[in-house]
Ligand binder design. Structure first.
Ligand code: SF4
Length: 462
């Protein structure tokens, strides 16, 4: 994704007058492309905000950028390869601007560090996912002519100092509440790329949310790798559920979402907050990864199938009709056909509203890497296709239950299906496409659902 909403006040040329002559100095431009998760998307917003404060302006065209940045993902081998192939294809473009610099940010940058300069010597800058607050100093070094500038520090006390002044959506804002992870699931690189769990102080989270509300954002999404493991370092806000309550109480905030909670720390108190606080959306993304207890044990997920389903039971017994989504990996080392069928039966049992599913990708440095990659690629592909088709039917059925219902949506953009329509999301995070005029953007409206598809709904304005 190329970033970001440009700030019209900053989209200017700098004019200086000397000796009755006007010299127009074009501001420098930056281009950012983001790979990976919402944490990365939000990090790109923060970097864009920092560069904008430094006088750079965003561009969607890499060939006119003075600074070309790729914010990378390391979660799967494929994501890693994509970055280098994108780097190659951008080379022609950014090469056309004399003196343009190129940088890699994010998890792959963190993990690979200086090795990136060996593999891709044309890269000028490497910044790890905990070092964005150092961007001003690092970019200044580049501007002064340094080559191969790098910062992959993980334990900076400046970690939460970077704020996003440029955001990808004018109505919904991401807010980082914690970084890193202590769980060390056997397949995952996050504890190595993002480091150990560090929570952002509650007063600083709330002050960013108050600022966002005063800027007119009605919806915030609290972000963290295991977001519900958040603990206030100052000990003032007693729990993650307490933070949800206080966020919802900020005047102007009408919707609060969060992602991704870890099932082991998902307690009934969070559901109680949803039931008593209308601003907290009726949506939970609860990553399961596999429906087989044996695979979960090898994944080091800290819960069994039954324990996961107990969480699902208390979520689904809420009168709020909470939508559930999840992540699934197929083809984990040693996954048998029976294990895979247990995953299918779990999907059936839960009836998820959405899933994000992937083929297992062995990542060097993780514990599972030593288990080998025992399920053949072809078999992984087959299982993934079966799983996705299975889930498609479940989602269609879930969405069909909403046909004829009146729902409130926040209108947050143009429809991706039909450019002449708008789209919005319900409290359950369902996408509704509907005919409407652009003045409705950013507004809460009611729609009647007329048709259901696997991944969206069609509706009419009431
Ligand atoms: S909980 Fe597991 S999968 Fe999630 S970020 Fe932490 S180590 Fe990775």
């Amino acid at each position: 994704m190329a970033l970001l909403k440009s700030d019209p006040c900053r989209r200017h040329t700098l004019a200086t007058r000397r000796s009755n002559q006007t010299h127009i100095v074009e501001p420098k431009k930056f281009f950012i492309e983001t790979f990976g998760c919402q944490m990365n998307l939000h990090d790109s917003e923060k970097v864009a905000g920092t560069l904008t404060q430094m006088g750079y302006v965003p561009t969607d065209d890499p060939s006119e950028a003075d600074l070309v940045l790729l914010n990378t993902c390391n979660i799967r081998e494929k994501a890693n390869q994509k970055v280098f192939s994108r780097l190659g294809s951008l080379q022609k473009s950014y090469g056309t601007k004399p003196g343009a610099k190129v940088g890699l940010l994010g998890c792959m940058a963190q993990m690979e560090g200086v090795k990136i300069f060996e593999r891709a010597p044309n890269v000028d800058l490497v910044v790890g996912s905990s070092s964005y607050s150092f961007i001003p100093e690092l970019v200044e070094k580049l501007e002064q002519g340094s080559r191969h500038v790098i910062d992959v520090t993980q334990d900076s006390d400046r970690l939460f100092e970077t704020y996003a002044d440029s955001r990808g959506n004018p109505y919904k804002a991401f807010v980082t509440i914690m970084e890193g992870c202590n769980r060390f699931c056997s397949f995952c690189v996050v504890p190595y790329t993002r480091g150990r769990e560090r929570s952002r102080p509650g007063d600083r989270v709330l002050s960013e949310i108050r600022r966002l509300a005063s800027e007119g954002y009605p919806e915030v999404m609290l972000l963290g790798q295991t977001v519900n493991s958040w603990r206030d370092p100052a000990g003032i806000i007693p729990s993650f559920a307490g933070l949800l309550r206080q966020t919802a109480a900020v005047p102007g905030i009408r919707r609060v979402r969060f992602t991704s909670p870890h099932p082991s720390d998902f307690h009934p108190e969070i559901v109680e907050v949803m039931e008593t606080t209308p601003q907290v959306c009726n949506q939970v993304h609860l990553p399961v990864q596999s429906g087989s207890t044996e695979v979960l044990r090898r994944m080091k997920r800290d819960y069994t199938r039954e324990e996961y389903l107990r969480r699902v039971e208390f979520i689904q017994s809420s009168p709020c009709d909470i939508a559930l989504s999840t992540d699934v990996i197929v083809g984990f080392p040693g996954e048998t056909q029976e294990d895979f069928e247990e995953t299918l039966s779990l999907l059936q049992r839960v009836g998820y509203d959405q899933i994000f599913s992937f083929k297992y990708s062995a990542r060097p440095g993780t514990e599972a890497f030593a288990l080998g990659d025992t399920v053949p690629e072809e078999e992984k592909g087959r299982r993934l296709a079966v799983l996705q088709e299975f889930q498609r039917k479940i989602q269609t059925q879930r969405n069909e239950q909403l046909v004829g219902r009146e729902l409130e949506i926040l209108v947050d953009g143009k429809s991706q299906k039909n450019a002449s329509e708008l789209m919005g999301r319900t409290t359950q995070n369902k996408i509704v496409n509907f005919p409407g005029s652009p003045e409705l953007l950013g507004k809460f409206v009611r729609v009647r659902v007329s048709r259901a598809f696997p991944n969206s709904l069609a509706g009419e304005l009431i």
